[in-house]
Design a binder for this molecule. Structure first.
Ligand code: DMJ
Length: 621
């Protein structure tokens, strides 16, 4: 029977069977002769098993012959002697069954003998493959297809020819060295560094998985040409990176940092260890999807496979930005492992989302994985919502613009965001507010600032001649976010800033004044530079470099600060792993030529790990 599967790109193992072109629809043809015969074999194996059960399982013969029922009835009635009659009946039936069974076996053997040579050969090969597959699984190796590693396009580049840019790029590399060396000296193997205490910093997000900074930094070390450091990081991965731990982890964080970091390291280098580790970890995350709807839990014990949601999340809901930020990595896991299960989980999330009504076309931040219904109607392009939108756009781009469903979802969502969330302040700054059940909170998070880069990246494919409009929107958001930096004493931006009570782009609450080395504003400047070449974006990036050096650099690394409005801010004593993965990488790319990790060939995951666009020609394989 023909089946139709909807996928954003075709996995090699699927498309080989489908024989389709680059279309997103895969039509499976009718069964081939070999497949038919295999089905016949399976079926006859099943019959054999049933007969085997009759002969060898203690009481199964009674079940089939009806004697069990009969003898129970009689013994319940208290008349024992009738049992003998039952045994006679049993023995007659058994010899008849045995005879039929032997006949069926003889016939199957005959059919086998008469098969054409080609089919016999196919069956032998099929058998051989099954044996090999199970042998490799026994050795703990993931199921890998004949994936051909392609040399990455523009993973590293020449030094920029312009001396000023070259100098700035070198400075950023020096910052990476400072961050890396100190992590190595004081916190090697742990997740993060406490640069003031000179100790390790552990975060509950990764349970007791170790080495977040190492895995997050791999690709940055590689593209910066820090070969010795990359080598020592790789050696640590080979010897110590261990996912066989009893750990409750954040599925989202582990995915974007560990799976994403390992995938990028694989695509940049072709080193098998990174692919094996990424697939191994991906498989460990799969039990998170064991919910009635397939919307994954936020937290998962990767040993027991038991999942749950954050206790604070609206009535046991999963979070949009968490379950919506798995798609890019999981598509690549299917591509690299030959196992479609990862892609299937993603397409199921899409299905659930597309079945739901969206209030005003907006996606609430909370979705209950048991009922499949929205939780609280809070909408945000910042925390809890942000990277869901990012991944819709990037799913479209990463599929070489074949994933039409993602394209539509992204541009429809942006339309609703523009109508209901984007406002202009009296001073002329466009900002993206938060939506609480229809009421606007005129606050924009630092996290929300990534959206400038997203709008710019999506401008090119915007429908209805709206490319220019998306680009303008991107530029306005970049300007607003830069303003949030410019209005502080440190020239670094707060965690959230407001547009109410007479203020514009300023944090008014003490608990929103901190800066934890986040990348989003710099990320937007990087995209704006690459896509417009307006020099002001490089200047804004450079201002951020100077501000980081002045306020966040300490003797043993880089630290977040508690109040961006204080000229002598105190430090929070954490060097976040995303500082090495994202902040420094985006700065480096801003001061590199455009062909270093070109946007024509790569998409960055939410942790700035580059993943190659899967070309239509590879989707067809
Ligand atoms: C990063 O871990 C990722 O960018 C994530 O998507 C959101 N926040 C942090 C950095 O701010």
């Amino acid at each position: 029977m023909p089946t139709t599967t909807l996928l954003p790109f075709t996995n090699p193992s699927i498309s080989r069977k489908s024989g389709t072109n680059n279309s997103v629809l895969i039509n499976r043809p009718a069964f081939r002769l070999t497949e038919k015969f295999l089905l016949l074999l399976v079926f006859s194996g099943f019959i054999t098993l049933c007969f085997g059960a009759i002969f060898f399982l203690p009481d199964s013969s009674k079940l089939l012959s009806g004697v069990f029922f009969h003898s129970q009835q009689t013994s319940m009635a208290g008349s024992g002697p009738k049992l003998d009659g039952g045994r006679e009946l049993e023995s007659d039936k058994l010899s008849k069954i045995r005879e039929d069974h032997e006949k069926a076996l003889r016939e199957a053997k005959d059919t086998l003998q008469k098969l054409p040579e080609q089919i016999k050969q196919d069956i032998r090969e099929e058998k051989q493959k099954v044996v090999q597959d199970s042998a490799s699984r026994k050795e703990g190796a993931p199921r890998l297809p004949n994936f051909v590693f392609r040399k990455p396009v523009g993973a590293t580049g020449r030094e920029p020819s312009d001396p000023k840019t070259r100098e700035r790029q070198a400075k950023i590399k020096e910052m990476m060295k400072h961050a890396w060396e100190n992590y190595k000296r004081h916190a090697w193997g742990s997740n993060e560094l406490k640069p003031l205490s000179k100790q390790q910093h552990s975060s509950s997000l990764f349970g007791n998985i170790q080495g977040a900074t190492i895995v997050d930094a791999l690709d940055t070390l590689f593209i910066m040409g820090m070969h010795d450091e990359f080598k020592e990081a790789k050696e640590w991965v080979v010897k110590h990176l261990d996912f066989n731990v009893n750990a409750e982890v954040s599925v989202f964080e582990v995915n974007i940092r560990f799976v994403g970091g390992l995938l990028s390291a694989y695509y940049l280098t072709g080193e098998e260890i990174f692919r094996t580790k990424a697939v191994d970890l991906g498989e460990k995350l799969l039990p998170a999807f064991n919910t009635p709807t397939g919307i994954p839990w936020a937290l998962l014990n990767i040993k027991s496979g038991i999942g749950r949601n954050w206790p604070w999340a609206s009535g046991g809901s999963s979070i949009l930005a968490e379950f919506g930020t798995l798609h890019l990595e999981f598509m690549h896991l299917s591509q690299l492992s030959g196992n479609p299960v990862f892609a299937e989980k993603m397409m199921n999330i899409r299905k659930v989302l597309n079945r739901l009504d969206k209030p005003q076309g907006l996606y609430p931040n909370y979705l209950n994985p048991n009922s499949g219904q929205w939780g609280q109607h809070h909408v945000s392009v910042g925390g809890l919502g942000d990277s869901f939108y990012e991944y819709l756009l990037k799913a479209w781009l990463m599929s070489d613009k074949t994933d039409e469903e993602a394209r539509k979802m992204y541009y429809d969502a942006v339309q609703a965001i523009e109508t209901h969330l984007i406002r202009k302040s009296n001073g002329g700054f466009k900002y993206i507010a938060e939506w609480k059940g229809g009421l606007l909170e005129h606050k924009m998070g630092h996290l929300t600032c990534f959206a400038g880069g997203m709008f710019a990246l999506g401008a090119d494919s915007a429908p209805d001649d709206k490319s220019g409009h998306h680009m303008e929107l991107a530029a306005e958001i970049a300007r607003t976010c830069h303003e949030s930096y410019d209005r502080t004493a440190t020239k670094l931006g707060p965690e959230a800033f407001r547009f109410d009570g007479g203020v514009e782009a300023i944090a008014t609450r003490q608990n929103e004044k901190y800066y934890i080395l986040r990348p989003e504003v710099i990320e937007t400047h990087m995209y704006m530079w690459r896509l417009t070449h307006d020099p002001k974006y490089r200047e804004w990036g450079w201002e951020a470099v100077q501000a980081l050096e002045k306020n966040c650099r300490v003797a043993a690394g880089y630290s977040g600060i508690r109040d961006v409005y204080s000229s002598q801010p105190s430090h929070d004593d954490v060097q976040q792993s995303f500082f090495l993965a994202e902040t420094l990488k985006y700065l480096y790319l801003m001061f590199s030529d455009d062909d270093v990790l070109s946007l024509d060939h790569w998409v960055f995951n939410s942790e700035a790990h580059p993943l190659p666009i899967i070309r239509k020609s590879d989707q067809k394989q």
